[in-house]
Write a protein that binds this ligand. Structure first.
Ligand code: IMP
Length: 185
């Protein structure tokens, strides 16, 4: 059974492949433009998109929705992470935090998998903190300013580690185990 990953983000495809291929699971990707909605929860966005994808392609579809939640900003940008990145970017986040010492944050990823019977959700979460400067190298989005717990460099500088420990890696590992249990690969 060919699984479809609906996304417009080539980095998400790469990160999903790193995990799913290890479990012997293959997929094909399709552009998710036109399927996305804005909502106050990652779960609602992912569920809606997966269901719409299933309706259109009539095949098992998975999608993922992620966000960066900063403690001292009461979870902002959260579900608005994409809009905030497009408008003020990593620099805007650093400006908002200023010299604050409390810089704890987390990334959350929700994978939604839609079949004819149901939608299953898989959650991944990684804690860390926001750096005081932008360190570009690899990766995408907020990778240049997010330092995962237990490390001293942002995701952008430890991309191989990111593939293993990120919110996305955690959610996709759960998804892969579920698929194997169901006998899907
Ligand atoms: P999306 O709505 O799931 O595409 O993601 C929301 C925003 O969070 C986008 O601007 C992404 O660039 C950013 N984002 C999601 N996952 C990551 C990640 O793994 N690293 C850095 N930024 C991310």
């Amino acid at each position: 059974m060919a699984l479809l990953f609906l996304t417009s983000n080539k980095y998400k495809i790469l990160e999903a492949k790193k995990i799913l291929n290890k479990f012997g699971i293959n997929f094909i990707s399709k552009n998710s433009k036109g399927f996305e909605i804005q909502s106050d929860s990652l779960e609602k966005v992912a569920t809606y998109c997966a269901l719409e994808g299933f309706k259109k392609f009539k095949k098992p579809v998975f999608v993922e929705d992620s966000g960066l939640f900063i403690n001292s900003l009461k979870g902002f940008p959260g579900v608005y992470s994409s809009y905030v990145l497009k408008t003020v970017g990593c620099e805007g986040i650093l400006n908002l935090l200023g010299q604050k010492r409390q810089r704890d944050a987390k990334f959350i990823c929700i994978v939604a998998f839609a079949t004819k019977d149901e939608v299953k959700l898989f959650k991944g979460e990684v804690k860390g903190k926001i750096s005081t400067k932008i360190e570009k190298a690899k990766g995408f989005g907020y990778d240049p300013i997010f330092i995962p717990q237990g490390y001293s460099q942002p995701f952008s500088k430890i991309i191989q580690t990111k593939f293993e420990i990120s919110h996305r890696a955690i959610a996709f590992k759960k998804f892969a185990k579920y698929l194997l249990k169901k006998g899907v690969s």
